[in-house]
Design a protein around this ligand. Structure first.
Ligand code: AMP
Length: 224
């Protein structure tokens, strides 16, 4: 089963993707993580995208489509892909459809995570990430444990993302509404769109997504 988690920055896509990896053996493909990895390891690609990411702008379609193509082609048989932060433009969405087609696969659902903008700003400015394993913490909803160690890997190296500041967030939100939100209509028209209320706590959102994946939600039958 292949799905897209779609939503603005801070909607909780990464957190839910990690839960699905754990619980269902799915493969998370996060273009944001791939690009941060390239940046941290100082590759030529990383140098090229660092400034764009810090400003909260989108990198070119060509770069992220190439990254996704490589990962899809090298992935073995697994529990399916979770696309997290990809696609973000209509051109990327078209390319993803073609890529999946070329390996005889298709998308099963596009899950839109709805969260209002004020909650996003509060969430993002409170967010920190384990520098070792990438587990996401939040000063409000999921504070770093009292012993200062990551619950997943035990490391004590917590970081704020360079682009988790108000100015960059404003730009990221604008990019989302201008370039990514049109994908909601695109996937609705293909009969793939499902919506969850992303404002609930992590367990509540996890359950809403599970109901969709297990076929418990009411499906919209308007396949294009
Ligand atoms: P994320 O971790 O998904 O919030 O992504 C962080 C940043 O990486 C974004 O603000 C963009 O600069 C870049 N990025 C990640 N995914 C994409 C994508 N699919 N298309 C263009 N830029 C992306």
């Amino acid at each position: 089963m292949n799905i897209i988690l779609l939503g603005p920055p801070g909607a909780g896509k990464g957190t839910q993707a990690r839960i699905l990896v754990e619980s269902r053996g799915m493969v998370q493909l996060s273009t944001g993580d791939m690009l941060r990895g390239a940046k941290d390891s100082g590759t030529e690609l990383g140098d090229r995208v660092a400034g764009i990411m810090a400003r909260g702008e989108l990198v070119t379609d060509e770069i992220v489509i190439d990254l996704i193509r490589e990962r899809i082609e090298s992935a073995g048989e697994g529990g399916g892909f979770i696309f997290d932060g990809f696609p973000r433009t209509l051109a990327q969405a078209d390319a993803l459809g073609e890529l999946l087609d070329s390996i005889g696969q298709h998308l099963d659902a596009v899950i839109e995570m709805q969260v209002d903008d004020e909650a996003l700003v509060a969430r993002i400015t409170a967010r920190s990430v384990c520098g070792n394993c990438g587990e996401v913490y939040n000063d409000i909803t999921r504070p770093i444990p009292d012993d200062g160690k990551c619950e997943v890997c035990g490391a004590s190296d917590f970081r704020r993302r360079a682009d988790d500041n108000e100015e960059s967030l404003r730009k990221r939100l604008m990019e989302y509404y201008k370039k990514t939100a049109p994908l909601i209509g695109y996937y609705y028209a293909k009969g793939l769109l499902r919506t969850v209320d992303g404002l609930g706590d992590i367990g509540n959102v996890r359950d809403q997504i599970a109901a969709i994946l297990d076929g418990g939600d009411e499906r919209r039958e308007i396949r294009a």
